[in-house]
Ligand binder design. Structure first.
Ligand SMILES: NC(=O)c1ccc[n+]([C@@H]2O[C@H](COP(=O)([O-])OP(=O)(O)OC[C@H]3O[C@@H](n4cnc5c(N)ncnc54)[C@H](O)[C@@H]3O)[C@@H](O)[C@H]2O)c1
Length: 356
């Protein structure tokens, strides 16, 4: 079935991505109409060949549209998503889906009440670097991960515009951290989160510009997520340590490599241990291992390593009943609860114990 979308907020994401780029990548949704509170943006709507609407209400009244895309600053995501579902439309809402977990709980209640499908646009689950990490971890090649480090480091100046305003849901954690946390927590979805500790800094910005987050899962795996706008010596985007190997991806443009142990033989050897009664000889099995390093094969379009259209293809397949939704509201709620704990931990200088 063909689906038609109406876009609320025709800024960078609304126009360049949800309207234009999507048309080049997939035909599962036809961007059809749009509304933006700024008149100058409405000129672009017309130039791009979309139907201009005079208000949110006007857009929601368009009968041929079954999906509303919310691509505004973050503080209005909740009210716009709820209004759209109450008008009988399914919703794709930009990330961060809301300002906190309580707001998302309201959205989920309306989605259940109206039967309208709701999902957060976590398109970066389809970034080439993450797809490589996920497929290698799930293949077992590096064994069981025990320490995952996922970072965005830069020195790009002050966080600007509404992203520098806490009232608009700004901050580098909500802007980029939300992607890093979404995909790492999803990667570890078989495990509960038992501890969250974080420090969120405002070094030069009103909204946070540097955040350091530590998460512990119930199997003992540690996750470090850093979103640092002021890091003058960058560290790798990904370092994933497993008990049989390690993945390192330096940055978004460099595919990186995986190093893993291969067992080439075994022998039995005597060795000394020290007990209360004195030195004892222990015979143990010793594996002869060599380490292999392989380059990762880039995934996605050659000039832009991602497959972001898969988000839309899955969203519409879920509407058509042919696939389960990949980015579920329940996963987004877990993520927003972690975000709440990050700010709370930073404010109180205490780690938070939980079972999430
Ligand atoms: N998924 C991604 O990879 C990704 C990338 C960038 C931004 N985003 C998200 O997309 C959203 C928009 O970001 P952006 O970079 O496009 O911002 P932007 O400032 O370029 O565009 C936002 C637009 O929303 C309009 N707007 C504000 N309030 C409105 C309202 N009440 N009704 C209608 N229009 C309204 C503004 O006039 C503006 O044109 C944010 O939630 C952001 O976090 C997602």
């Amino acid at each position: 079935m063909t689906h038609r979308s109406g876009i609320i907020g025709y800024g960078h994401m609304g126009s360049a991505y949800h309207a234009k780029r999507l048309r080049e990548l997939t035909d599962c949704v036809i961007p059809t109409a749009a509304f933006d509170i700024r008149p100058e943006m409405m000129k672009n709507v017309v130039e791009d060949g979309l139907r201009p609407c005079s208000s949110v209400e006007d857009l929601l009244a368009q009968k041929d549209i079954d999906i509303i895309v919310v691509a505004t600053p973050n503080h209005v995501h909740k009210d716009l998503s709820i209004a759209a579902m109450r008008a009988g439309k399914n919703v794709i809402c930009e990330k961060p889906v809301t300002m906190n977990a309580a707001e998302l709980e309201e959205i989920i209640a309306v989605s259940k009440e109206t039967g309208m499908q709701f999902a957060a646009h976590q398109n970066r689950r389809w970034d080439g670097n993450f797809m490589n990490v996920k497929s290698i971890v799930e293949s077992g090649k590096i064994g069981t991960p025990f320490y995952i480090k996922h970072r965005i480091h830069g020195s790009g100046g002050v966080v600007y515009g509404w992203r520098n305003d806490p009232l608009n849901g700004g901050g580098f954690l909500m802007d980029w951290g939300i992607h890093l946390l979404d995909r790492t927590i999803w990667l570890m979805r078989e495990h509960k989160i038992v501890e969250v500790g974080a420090k969120v800094h405002n070094i030069l910005s009103r909204a946070d510009d540097n955040a350091i987050v530590n998460i512990t899962f119930d199997n003992g795996c540690k996750l470090l997520v850093e979103t640092m706008h002021y890091a003058f010596a960058g560290e790798p985007l990904w370092t994933v340590h497993g008990d049989k190997g390690c993945i390192v991806i330096p940055d978004e443009d460099t595919p990186g490599n995986v190093t893993y142990a291969t067992v080439t033989g075994e022998r039995y050897a005597d060795d000394l241990c020290y007990r209360e009664q004195g030195p004892v000889t222990i015979t143990s099995r010793v594996l002869t291992e060599t380490y292999k390093t392989e380059p990762l094969v880039p995934i996605g379009q050659s000039n832009f390593p991602n497959l972001w259209q898969r988000f839309y293809e899955n969203y519409t397949a879920a509407l058509d009943g042919t696939e389960d939704l990949i980015v579920t509201p329940e996963q987004s709620l877990r993520l927003m609860k972690v975000i709440d704990m990050i700010y709370e931990s930073s404010r109180t200088n205490q780690s938070i114990h939980c079972l999430l």
